[in-house]
Design a protein around this ligand. Sequence first.
Ligand code: SF4
Length: 259
Amino acid sequence: MQRLTVKNIVTESKANGAFSEPELTRNGIVEDHNIILTTNKECSFRCVMCDLWKNTLDYRVKDGAIAKQVKNALNSLPKAKHLKLYNAGSFFDRQSIPKPDTFEIADYIQEYETLIVEVHPKLIGKPCFEFADYLQPQLEVAMGLETVDPKVLPRLNKNMTLDDFERATTKLLEHNIFVRAFILVRTPWQTEEEGIYWAKASIDFAQSIGVECCTVIPTRPNEGMEDFEPPLPTSVEEVVAYGQAKGNGRVFGDTWDAV
Ligand code: SF4
């Protein structure tokens, strides 16, 4: 389906972003994390609330292009122990990042302690576990839980159930891969109060199945989301404070301003 809005101009010869920011590690220390946003094909899931497509290409890049983006971006970044590689989709989606590139990237980042990538729960499987075995840093996989609201999750076009998310989490933990969940505050079809309620419930669910880190994100407007109201900043703060007060793992608020 054709997009109605024009995408931003991005090029496969350059990562879409490379920057550094501090974050609390699971060891309880705040340390710098380098972040690279690769430029690749749009994610095929096309979730209703996801605007990451704005900085993507319409075609699959050739083998080697993403590894080159990452190599160049790494050279521009300061020294850090932790690296996030976000690709506006799934790291193990071969249309986004070809398989040889994933292993080439692994070779470039051997000195890092942690690698965090984003993946759709349905793409957790053998390719992920093979990559984790090859990888020198500890792998952490971030997955979009979005919301546990039963009236909203099936409508997000995410093609995922809570069972899918739990299954993926269990498999990752069995393979000693760390898990973080992205949780939305006030998805489409939620009032402000419902948005707060279901975001808190989503943290509860994620933590109950072993997710150690939750990132709480205010839903942003996106093409096709009619009558949508973004959450108030105070609602996001309330959800993050709730999660942190539980003392059951890391809970961050992230406005993704830099994306
Ligand atoms: S799976 Fe993730 S990246 Fe892909 S459209 Fe959905 S939210 Fe966006």
